[in-house]
Design a protein around this ligand. Structure first.
Ligand SMILES: CC(C)(COP(=O)(O)OP(=O)(O)OC[C@H]1O[C@@H](n2cnc3c(N)ncnc32)[C@H](O)[C@@H]1OP(=O)(O)O)[C@@H](O)C(=O)NCCC(=O)NCCS
Length: 163
């Protein structure tokens, strides 16, 4: 059974992803300006989304939240490949509705998830990969403490070690 908590930051609340959210998530994920930033950038149909969610529920080392801003659903974020022995995980699948992008919300969400990883999951190191041309994401990651490790083709690998 997956153990995942609500991350309450006041106006921003991260709630565990539930089946009622997956159609909103699919529609957001399918926008060209969103999917171009992900490794898997193909259109996702309803059937695949449902199958993905069933599989997601069974995997304990993959935690995904819906983002609510002023109680409105406005995106998602995840931590996956969580290895509690190595105390490492990968950060990703962060996406915000276009209407709310450009407000710096991304950094607050990243910070909230990182605090959860450090304090609740007891992790020591978080890694991620980001496309080299994804400036808002790269800036948000640098501002929340990530550092570049290396460039691999069209991606930067970044990491953050908790003090
Ligand atoms: C990544 C994401 C969550 C960041 O959201 P956000 O908080 O709205 O990000 P912002 O647009 O406020 O940009 C963050 C920073 O980058 C800066 N920035 C954005 N575009 C820029 C550009 N073209 N040149 C220079 N700086 C830029 C912003 O000014 C801001 O800096 P500031 O905090 O100093 O003001 C959001 O852009 C998103 O959902 N993107 C689509 C999905 C995605 O790419 N996910 C990441 C996959 S790795």
């Amino acid at each position: 059974m997956k153990k995942i908590d609500i991350i309450d930051m006041g106006l921003i609340v991260l709630k565990p992803l539930v089946v009622e959210d997956i159609e909103l998530l699919r529609q957001l994920r399918n926008l060209n300006d969103i999917r171009k930033n992900f490794v898997y950038d193909k259109y996702i149909d309803e059937e695949s989304q449902k199958k993905w969610f069933v599989n997601y529920l069974e995997v304990n080392n993959d935690l995904m939240w819906s983002v609510f801003f002023q109680e409105e659903w406005c995106g998602a974020v995840a931590v996956y490949d969580i290895d509690l022995e190595k105390k490492e995980a990968e950060f990703g699948r962060i996406m915000l509705c276009p209407s709310i992008q450009g407000t710096g919300l991304g950094k607050k969400i990243i910070k909230g998830v990182l605090d959860y990883c450090k304090n609740m999951l007891n992790l020591r190191r978080i890694v991620l990969s980001v496309k080299v041309n994804n400036i808002p994401a790269i800036k948000s990651y640098l501002d929340t403490g990530f550092e570049f490790i290396e460039k691999k083709e069209e991606y930067y690998l970044m990491s953050l070690s908790f003090k």
